[in-house]
Design a binder for this molecule. Structure first.
Ligand code: PLP
Length: 427
């Protein structure tokens, strides 16, 4: 009976009983480090479960012990997040990066190898290529246009076929919405799995957000989010989440207990508030983005618009898009003629849209990937995935789309003046 209603209907109630909190309609912030046991026997019983000395009985909840292990705000939030991804369990972290690094540390040991999609989030890339490397975890990246056969061959040729333990992908990829086929990655994982060792697939689903894609349905074992982005949605907090089945989440939660990187009660409370409007926010954001993309496609100064809604059946990614996503989302990138100087002129001319990194919030943001979020990507890969000097990334918010288009149009006109004066100067 539990999951019969739509997630948006349950975001105000699921996992919380007002009668346990003086009838308070909203969960209070349980700003406490520790919880009083009713008896010594109860304390013992809670610890036995927390330490895995015995399995919970069927109707038994993990008792509240200490806020690094569990807290009502954390638990209610995790229960509600499970509804969007239809996952068994969730763990919320103090940042997206702590969710990601905890998963990588739990599923990779010295001597193991990681296969990951490129480009990946800058922080993730650094953790993979610096920290993991320093503890003896080999990594190998693949590009969105590589086929299953090519990827398998690449892993073999690098001598990593017996070491492969995890496949980590980001799709849609930041900033140009390149798509990776999750079921293809699952098939690569199965190819390298043995009876002794399962190769898992982890998907960072931050860029699309939890509404319009369910990576687990396509073979993902673990789904990760920077909850700072769409889930938080107001650009006022930092948090992360991991979802998976019970067995994998037990491993993630045990490591979280000892790294101590869970989210605080206050952050969880803010996220509960955010979840109530997740669907209405994201739907408006995507509707706005579709209008903005339509406008951009018609502009002479725009070379190319990277938006899922602009894919046609001729595009390589079209089939993946139709299979994996039920909306084009609200992230757009476009390539402006004239390179960095025109792009900067455009960014500096925006008034309603803020010039800032991050994404998924109620306010629209613009940034220049080549010199900001993706400054660390090697030139060859930049070229391959379309991170040009003129590329601008937009995260579309909930404003009125006419005002967004007005702001963009005005900034494009100013940038166009720059292009015409430079071409005159060089003529
Ligand atoms: C922002 C982001 C992260 C990192 O999350 P934080 O909450 O900033 O730690 C990871 N992956 C993607 C795709 C992101 O956009």
């Amino acid at each position: 009976m539990k999951n019969r209603m739509h997630p948006e209907s349950l975001m105000m109630s699921h996992g919380y009983d007002p009668q346990l909190s003086e009838g308070s309609v909203k969960p209070p912030i349980f700003q406490t480090s520790t919880f009083a046991f009713k008896s010594a026997e109860q304390g013992k019983a809670f610890f036995e479960v927390a330490y895995g000395l015995r399995e919970k009985s069927l109707d038994e909840q993990l008792g509240l012990i200490y806020s690094r292990i569990n807290n009502p705000n954390l638990e209610i939030l995790e229960d509600r997040l499970c509804l969007w991804d239809q996952a068994d369990e969730c763990a919320v972290f103090e940042s997206g990066m702590s969710a990601i690094s905890t998963v990588l540390l739990e599923f990779l040991r010295p001597g193991d190898a990681l296969l990951y999609s490129m480009p990946t989030y800058g922080g993730t890339n650094h953790f993979i290529n610096h920290y993991l490397k320093s503890i003896g975890v080999d990594s190998i990246g693949f590009r969105p246009d590589q086929t299953e056969e090519e990827i398998i061959k690449m892993v073999r040729d690098a001598g990593l076929e017996n070491k492969l333990a995890l496949i980590y992908i980001e799709t849609p990829a930041n900033p140009t919405n390149e798509l990776i086929d999750i079921s293809m990655c699952k098939s690569v994982a199965d190819h390298f799995s043995t009876p002794e060792k399962s190769v898992y697939v982890a998907v960072d689903n931050t860029y699309m957000g939890p509404l319009w894609s369910s990576p687990m349905k396509h073979g993902a074992d673990l789904v990760l989010y920077s909850a700072t982005k769409y889930i938080g949605g107001h650009s006022d907090l930092i948090a992360g989440a991991v979802l998976a089945n019970h067995e994998l989440m037990q491993r993630v939660k045990v490591l979280r207990t000892f790294l101590g990187n869970m989210a605080s009660p206050h952050t969880c409370w803010l996220l509960l508030r955010s979840l109530e409007t997740l669907k209405v926010r994201m739907e408006q954001q995507s509707r706005n983005a579709q209008e903005v993309a339509k406008f951009l496609i018609d502009q002479d100064i725009v070379n190319k618009v990277h938006y899922l809604g602009a894919l046609t059946p001729d595009d390589r990614s079209y089939d993946i898009y139709k299979r994996q996503y039920s909306s084009p989302g609200a992230m757009i990138a476009f390539d402006i003629k004239g390179g960095e100087s025109t792009a900067f002129k455009f960014l500096n001319a925006l008034q309603l849209i803020k010039l800032a990194v991050s994404l998924g919030g109620t306010e629209s943001l613009a940034e220049h990937p080549a010199t900001m979020t993706h400054i660390g990507v090697c030139p060859e890969l930049k070229k391959h995935i379309g991170i040009t000097e003129g590329l601008i990334r937009l995260s579309i918010g909930v404003e009125h789309h006419e005002d967004l288009i007005f702001d963009i149009n005005r900034a494009l006109k100013q940038a166009a003046m720059e292009v015409s004066t430079t071409s005159l100067a060089t003529a």
